[in-house]
Design a protein around this ligand. Sequence first.
Ligand code: ADP
Ligand code: ZN
Length: 213
Amino acid sequence: MRIVIFGPQGAGKGTQSALIAEKYGIPAISTGEIFRWAIKGRTALGTKVLEIVDSGRLVPDELTIEVVRERLEAEDAQEGFLLDGFPRNLHQAEALDEDILAEQGYKLDAALVIDVPEEVSLRRLLGRRACTKCGRNYHIDSPPKENWTCDVCGGEVVARQDDHDEATIRGRLDLYHEQTEPLKALYKDRGILREVDGIGSTDEVFARIVASL
Ligand code: ADP
Ligand code: ZN
């Protein structure tokens, strides 16, 4: 199964992506995570994107497309994948279909959108915290059991750099509405759009996703 997932920040994409990946036995590939790991590891890519990612702007298309192309060539992505955070605009969507997938003889099976109203996403993002080691998400309303130490790996749990202030968060939401949301029409025309309501518990939303796929 070859899937892309999108939705406003704070819709719960990260959490749902992990569940989908596990159920369908495909890798969850997040461009945001690739960039954050590169920044943390101080790689050449990390140096290039550091300032852009921390300020909530978009990494240039050509660089992002190259990163995705390389990642999708890996062995573990040959039987399917879930792409989270890519494509983020029409140009990236076209590149995915025409330059990356068509070359390998594949096409997308589904484009999954998780929708939540703007107030909900803002509230979720402002309270969001993540493990610096394994990336697991938490929230100030559902923190780790002990002292901001990750339940899974013991890593330190903190707010993401680009989640610190409301202006940066609003900027990312604006970008989503301007550039990413129009992808719905594209995928709807192709008959592969699956829209899911993101309000409810993790299990409820996941059940909707499975039903829609
Ligand atoms: P969020 O959806 O909460 O903004 P992501 O983890 O998806 O978080 O992305 C974090 C950051 O990584 C973005 O704000 C942007 O700077 C960069 N990024 C991720 N995916 C893309 C993409 N497809 N194109 C350009 N920049 C991207
Ligand atoms: Zn952890």
